[in-house]
Design a protein around this ligand. Structure first.
Ligand SMILES: [Zn+2]
Length: 339
């Protein structure tokens, strides 16, 4: 099925997604370790505020606050019985922000239902099998669809099996499906998937949009994206890079990328051929506004790899920061930091 994003891409050549959810909610009082998804029920005004801020900054598509809102992740917070409730509420909040923005500005935007990893490994290394994973993601996907999202957006994935299960669940809703992987481990995903492997998988799964998100910094994200584009996917490619390299400061992870850095990243991503451009962890509405301004004030240019390295830095010089909970238990991979 055609993605609604295609109509925007056909009109202006690219489309802007939003920035981070979790790291922006930390700035509004969310405590480390607390699931941001519960704020859809407990602090809906804050979630609505962030959606509105990204729309005001110029995002054409915003993602729901549901990255970890599947039963396997919510179980860690004894909230696995609230999957349906959280996802419906999250979708309605994002739709409300989008509709309000259209009323105020006349500009149409779209809502994508975020679906993140389950946090479990597949058999034989872990406990999860295909049916269980499809069941887990189906509850979330159906609730997001019922809440009114325009497409489903599977993100920060590292295993082909998990993308396949999430895509199968998402496609049952009849909505277009986007999926992005995180290539943060020696130029591959944590489970060893290369960008070109992922292009072939996206074709097998008949995805509407595909790409890369999160991981290390914008330079590494762009390196993976160039490999995605070299494999010639027939569908729009998304880039959602972190706001600079994650750094530990006083026991917490911080992102120090400037709006100017993210604007440079957006321009190089467009030149390279990515058509859905957003930010991941650490990206604020201010960063998105700078990216939108840079994109709007110029037109697509010939891609210049040397200029990109100069602006973003040489990729893969930094060790990735991927552990959120320290050492993972046996059979469970440590949960990916993303927010
Ligand atoms: Zn992220």
């Amino acid at each position: 099925m055609n993605s609604p994003l295609l109509s925007i891409i056909e009109k202006k050549g690219w489309c802007v997604a939003d920035g981070a959810m979790g790291s922006n909610l930390f700035g509004r009082g969310l405590e480390a370790g607390y699931p941001p998804e519960l704020w859809c029920l407990e602090r809906p005004d804050e979630v609505l505020w962030l959606h509105a801020a990204f729309l005001t900054a110029g995002s054409d598509v915003i993602l729901t606050n549901t990255f970890g809102a599947n039963a396997l992740r919510l179980k860690l917070h004894r909230s696995e019985h609230r999957v349906y409730e959280i996802n419906v509420a999250a979708a309605k909040l994002a739709k409300r922000a989008s509709e309000q923005h259209a009323l105020e500005t006349g500009k149409q935007s779209y809502v994508a239902g975020s679906i993140g990893p389950s946090g479990e490994l597949f058999e034989p290394m872990g406990i999860l099998n295909h049916e269980q994973a499809v069941d887990c993601f189906s509850v979330q996907a159906e609730a997001l669809a019922e809440g009114g999202v325009d497409l489903l957006w599977i993100e920060t994935m590292s295993a082909n099996e998990e993308v396949a299960a999430a895509a199968e669940a998402a496609k049952k809703t009849g909505l277009p499906v986007c999926a992005t992987m995180t290539f943060d481990t020696a130029k591959r995903s944590m489970m060893g998937v290369t960008p070109s492997d992922f292009v072939r998988l996206s074709e097998t799964l008949n995805l509407a949009v595909m790409g890369a998100n999160c991981g290390v910094g914008p330079a590494e994200l762009m390196h993976s994206t160039l490999e995605l584009l070299a494999a010639k996917p027939a569908i729009p490619v998304v880039v959602k890079g972190n706001c600079g390299i994650p750094e530990y400061v006083d026991g917490a992870i911080h992102y120090h990328g400037s709006p100017q850095l993210m604007a440079q990243y957006a321009l190089h991503a467009r030149d390279a051929g990515a058509t859905v451009i957003g930010g991941c962890c650490g990206t604020t509405p201010e960063h998105i506004a700078a990216m939108v301004a840079a994109l709007d004030e110029s037109s697509r240019d010939v891609f210049d790899g040397a200029a990109m390295n100069e602006a973003l830095g040489i990729p893969w010089k930094h060790l990735p920061v991927i552990s959120e909970e320290g050492q993972g238990k046996a059979g469970r991979r440590s949960r990916r930091r993303h927010g």
